[in-house]
Design a protein around this ligand. Structure first.
Ligand code: ZN
Length: 144
């Protein structure tokens, strides 16, 4: 028998599994009142833990948690796509109806130059619209 007591981990493993690793530890536990007392204390604690009933709630916990989780919104809503498409249609109609005015404005410019100006203006307008939509979206999310 060794004079060194069994450590906590060894005693807990013995209480849970009923097995000690070596013959020396078995002999120590047989002859050492201190280690047997600790093993008995752990057995009582384990029996107390196992004797407790499983915790239960008087409400539906998963349902409450799911209510608190916000539904994932799509990055771009169909309503925004419809608004952008509508604006593009309106801009196209206005541009088509004012083609005489645009013809006078772009008179003397090559087709390439007037196309680049037109594309730049449309691009800036689209970026402004997307930025405005994103700010609106952030503000509505902040209100939620
Ligand atoms: Zn001991």
């Amino acid at each position: 028998m060794t004079s060194i007591h069994l450590n906590e981990h060894t005693i807990q493993q013995y209480v849970i599994t009923g097995v000690l690793a070596g013959e020396e530890q078995k002999q120590h536990l047989l002859h050492c009142n201190y280690c047997r007392g600790r093993a008995t204390a752990y057995k009582e604690v384990l029996a107390g833990i196992e004797g407790q009933s499983a915790p239960s709630f008087d409400f539906d916990l998963p349902a409450l948690v799911m209510q608190k989780i916000p539904a994932k919104k799509p990055a771009i809503s169909w309503r925004a796509v419809l608004v952008i498409a509508g604006l593009l249609v309106v801009m196209s109609l206005v541009t088509y109806n004012l083609r005489g005015v645009f013809g006078a404005v772009f008179k003397g410019l090559s087709l390439m130059t007037s196309s680049l100006i037109f594309i730049a203006v449309i691009s800036v307008m689209i970026f402004q619209l997307v930025d405005m939509f994103n700010k609106y979206h952030q503000q509505t999310n902040a209100l939620d």
